[in-house]
Design a protein. Structure first.
Length: 306
């Protein structure tokens, strides 16, 4: 896996500090990279007002786009003074995910970096619809950040499905681990790996001949330990940092991330469309519902070239 060299940074409005931009610039401390700054502008009053002519609407729209582009170019000058190549673009979209998808198609970034749209009233950073839509639809790996600096030495947690027998899924597991090791290198942090499994539930009233539930659970747990050990063998992850946990992923992974004070969870997501996409139907989304740290989200069909 090559280091991300073409990074798309989402710049949300005019802020005193752009967390996503600061984090993206830090990548340049380790490798030569190109930054692409993207900002999204939309004013429903301009777009929908029946009192404005089409010509006036277009003029106001262009003024707003140019104003934001001027701002991005100011940021660009400062970044270029550090020797980092930068491009800027502004798109007019009501929903930022549409702008991000367009930009990804145009510049084919290796990574998208965005600030988490955290609600002040929520302890969970992944409750905002904008971020959910990006996690579902962004065609490139996306790093959602909440702090301007790396948390040096804080663990990076790779969430994998070690039990899978599917060759493509196993390859995807290794990509997740590669990204986790890359982030560990950047932050001088240990890498942890976690896989979860569920044991059969047998009612106490049920009696089956020659059936020992505890023995079965031990065997399942040991099998998963062996599978995880084999999966991470080429990544130099200490035995103490390999976690095989019985239970639902949406409960166990966030709990582990919290207990080891992980700064980032690296995991796969699978976007859904149609009716199913309207609900938190896959494991990744349910895990994110409970996470309180940053996340690097990957999709299987868009990582093989990275």
């Amino acid at each position: 896996m090559k280091f991300p060299q073409n990074i798309l940074v989402i710049v949300s409005g005019k802020r005193r500090t752009h967390i996503a931009l600061k984090r993206a610039i830090q990548f340049a401390e380790f490798y030569d990279i190109k930054l692409n700054l993207l900002s999204c502008v939309y004013d429903p009053g301009t777009e929908l007002s029946p009192l404005l002519s089409s010509n006036h609407k277009d003029q106001l729209k262009q003024q707003k786009l140019q104003d934001r582009l001027n701002y991005l170019n100011e940021l660009k000058e400062d970044i270029e003074s550090k020797g980092i190549p930068v491009t800027t673009q502004v798109k007019w979209h009501r929903k930022i995910q549409h702008a991000v998808i367009e930009a990804c198609d145009e510049i084919q970034p290796d990574l998208v970096v965005k600030r988490i749209s955290e609600s002040a009233s929520s302890i969970n950073p992944f409750t905002m619809p904008m971020d959910w839509q990006l996690l579902r639809k962004c065609p490139k790996p996306i790093l959602l950040v909440k702090d301007p600096e790396w948390k040096m030495t804080k663990p990076i947690l790779a969430a994998v499905d070690a039990a899978s027998e599917n060759e493509k899924e196993q390859s995807f597991n290794k990509i997740i681990l590669q990204y986790a090791k890359l982030l560990s290198k950047l932050t001088d942090s240990p890498t942890h790996a976690v896989t979860t499994h569920i044991s059969p539930i047998v009612d106490n009233a049920v009696s089956l001949p020659d059936f020992d539930l505890e023995d079965l659970m031990d065997k399942v747990n040991n099998l998963n330990k062996d599978k995880l050990r084999n999966l991470v063998s080429e990544f130099n992850i200490a035995d103490s940092n390999q976690h095989v946990i019985e239970g639902l992923a949406e409960d166990r992974i966030p709990a582990l991330a919290n207990s080891i004070e992980s700064q980032i969870v690296v995991m796969g997501t699978v976007g859904r469309r149609g009716i199913k996409g309207a609900f938190m139907g896959n494991t990744a989304e349910r895990v994110l519902t409970h996470l309180q740290c940053e996340v690097l989200a990957l999709k299987p069909s868009h990582t093989s070239s990275v």
